[in-house]
Ligand binder design. Structure first.
Ligand SMILES: Cc1cc2nc3c(=O)[nH]c(=O)nc-3n(C[C@H](O)[C@H](O)[C@H](O)COP(=O)(O)O)c2cc1C
Ligand SMILES: O=C(O)C(=O)c1ccccc1
Length: 363
């Protein structure tokens, strides 16, 4: 089957993966209300097409923190890509490069930062959780700069891991032979320890991540590195303002794919509030959560996002066909975006503004 839309990759991926890995990828926190809300929010967007505009060339190109991108659709940070494909993050980097897309590498990557950078043709950013062991955190920041990563993305919505019932029921743990190689083996033992009724990742995160971090600590990170600092997991105007005051160079509006606080707003519903609070020109706002088509990407861009990131769809592509699958997912979403730009009469991303959408009742 040739995938015609991203959900085709989902169906193909499900057949490739064992049910525990599938549940880990697909699942959300709690009753998965927020997970569902992320998708439902997109169903409430209707498009306002303009006609008789020259759309013979629709340009999806953009610039973000000084890097040129062929597409505003990028790769969200997700952990342990070797769960999906033996090449893991090396394949993801190749696929993102083919698409000309941004790739945000997770600190829980299962390949080294340096090996991933060696495969990358496009810009890489490194996502970090604030680790209890500051010397490990500091070393990661230094390694990222040396390896050519262009920004640090600090994920701020996970002082504890969300309560993921599927993983707890499955006693989910990371298989021996796959590990977060950038952290060092000492930090991995608990992630491999399967136990009935609980997620090894929840235990591992509690051990590894410092939940006491506050806005005041960001100064330390800023001093450690000259790389731009991006905060991922902001959902309110209040925190968006604090992010800018504390020197964030960009923000990712995200509820972590519904995997953290169940009951949090759909990302799309928080987007306009955050964009209005920061003034998008001064601080670019990225978006993730529930983007499953180029039309969804268009909606988020119209509401003020400068780029959108795909989490699960990239993992589906990776499971289905490695680098080619990742390139396929990003390419398909970008083609759909260009098509939506053509049929709405907006041939450049600068013309994709709030006049292009209405947020109303579900179609
Ligand atoms: C399997 C999986 C692992 C993830 N790992 C991380 C991670 O290591 N760091 C992080 O900041 N976000 C992580 N996320 C969240 C994503 O970056 C992103 O916010 C979310 O997946 C976007 O929603 P979507 O999957 O609906 O596109 C993960 C998500 C999934 C599905
Ligand atoms: O961030 C996540 O959503 C996630 O699934 C994860 C995976 C490994 C370690 C920490 C979090």
């Amino acid at each position: 089957m040739t995938p015609l839309h991203l959900e085709d990759y989902r169906d193909l991926a499900q057949h490739q993966l064992d049910h525990k890995t599938w549940d880990f990828v697909e699942g959300g926190a709690g009753a998965e209300r927020t997970l569902g809300a992320n998708r439902r929010a997109f169903a409430r967007v209707t498009l306002r097409p303009r006609v008789l505009v020259d759309v013979s060339a629709c340009d999806t190109g953009t610039e973000l923190l000084g890097a040129r991108l062929a597409t505003p659709v990028g790769v969200a940070p997700t952990a342990y890509h070797r769960l999906l494909h033996p090449d893991g993050e090396l394949a993801t980097a190749r696929g993102a490069g083919t698409a000309g897309a941004l790739y945000v590498v997770s600190v829980f990557a299962s390949r080294t930062l340096e090996d991933i950078a060696a495969e990358a043709a496009g810009p890489l950013w490194l996502q970090l959780y604030w680790l209890r062991r500051r010397e490990v955190l500091a070393a990661l920041v230094d390694r990222a700069a040396t390896a050519g990563y262009r920004a640090i993305v600090l994920t701020v919505d996970a002082p504890q891991l969300g309560r993921r019932h599927r993983d707890a029921r499955n006693g989910f743990a990371i298989p021996a032979g796959i590990s977060a190689v950038n952290l060092g083996p000492a930090l991995m033992a608990s992630a491999h320890r399967s136990a009935a009724g609980r997620s090894a990742l929840a235990v591992h995160t509690a051990e590894a991540v410092d939940p006491s971090v506050t806005w005041a600590d960001l100064a330390w990170l800023r001093e450690r590195s000259t790389l731009p600092l991006v905060l991922k997991g902001i959902l309110t105007a209040e925190d968006a303002v604090l992010a800018v005051q504390h020197g964030a160079d960009a923000i990712v509006v995200s509820n972590h794919g519904g995997r953290q606080l169940d009951g949090a707003a759909a990302g799309l519903d928080a987007l306009a509030e955050v964009v209005d609070a920061v003034g998008a020109a001064a601080c670019p706002v990225l978006f993730d959560g529930g983007v499953r088509s180029g039309t969804d990407a268009f909606a988020a861009l119209a509401l003020g996002a400068r780029a959108v990131l795909l989490g699960r769809p990239v993992l589906w592509g990776l499971a289905v066909d490695g680098a080619a699958g990742v390139a396929g997912v990003l390419g398909l979403a970008t083609e759909e975006l260009a098509h939506t730009m053509a049929l709405t009469g907006r041939p450049a991303l600068s013309a994709v503004d709030r006049s292009a959408v209405t947020l109303g009742t579900a179609l």
